[in-house]
Design a protein. Structure first.
Length: 75
């Protein structure tokens, strides 16, 4: 099975079990899970932004991407 099918099945299972899960967690548990998911999403966004920024900075300033002796001006 492809990844899309697995993700679709997992999503369908979560939707089907949403009501029992909500009853099990209760209002406080749902609030905690919402905050945790928000924190994870924010961390992923920061990671993606850092990767994009580092690639962009290296394109703007190629000297940042050089390895080796920083005093070597010949590249």
């Amino acid at each position: 099975m492809g990844y899309g099918v697995v993700i679709a099945l997992a999503t369908a299972l979560c939707f089907a079990l949403a009501e029992p899960i909500a009853r099990f967690l209760g209002k406080t548990g749902i609030n905690v899970m919402t905050r945790l998911m928000g924190l994870i999403l924010a961390a992923l966004a920061v990671e993606v932004e850092v990767e994009v920024m580092s690639d962009g900075l290296i394109k703007l300033f190629p000297v940042l991407g050089r390895s080796g002796d920083p005093t070597n001006n010949l590249g």
